[in-house]
Design a protein around this ligand. Sequence first.
Ligand SMILES: C[S@@+](CC[C@H](N)C(=O)[O-])C[C@H]1O[C@@H](n2cnc3c(N)ncnc32)[C@H](O)[C@@H]1O
Length: 214
Amino acid sequence: MNWNPDEHYKSRAVAADYDASRFSSLSGRVFNRLEKRTVTKCFSRLPKGSTIADAPCGTGRLAGALLEAGYKVHGLDISEAMLDVARQRLGSYGKNFTCEVADLKKRPSSEPICNGALCARVLMHFSLDQQIELLTGVAQLSRSVVVINQSLDSGYQRFRRRLKRWLGNQPPARFPVSDKDIRILLEKSSLREVKRYRLLPLVSEAVYIVAEKI
Ligand SMILES: C[S@@+](CC[C@H](N)C(=O)[O-])C[C@H]1O[C@@H](n2cnc3c(N)ncnc32)[C@H](O)[C@@H]1O
């Protein structure tokens, strides 16, 4: 499969359809809500008013939850089309929401520009080496906490993935990771795990990990 996550979301049609195609079903709405609540909980150690880098920001779905919780957000994404949707959605937050086009694998900043950073729903699309490249770029944006989201690989989740394929559904993550991979990913990105949250572990592979810079 030559689906390329660096290119796919640059399409205006894909960007316009992103939220509706993933989060308008009943299960999508439940999961979206839970994810927003979890992300906010992950940053609870950061004082309100701090700036969080949402990298990648996409259409501003999770940035909206952080703004609502009282943080400022700076979004970064490789896709101008996705950021245009975010700008429209979050215009009412004025200067509390800013954004820029950036390739996170190319380390957009060598100096931290934010108090915290969020990296959601992107790592699982890349091989472990590319995940390390991308997360290193994200970690460099933050002075302290970095929150990542991944898809967990386990015997049970492999069984679910096989079942999904058999039923004709494509599993969402191309590169789910084991606990060992997570340790390698964090260590090579100069991060250390502090806490993790599983989201509906019986029906989802999703895990949110709160990490701090080493
Ligand atoms: C599935 S979306 C997730 C967006 C958002 N974090 C969310 O949870 O709704 C993946 C995003 O990653 C962005 N992306 C892919 N490769 C990237 C890269 N190398 N640098 C920055 N953004 C990238 C895409 O443009 C897309 O907006």
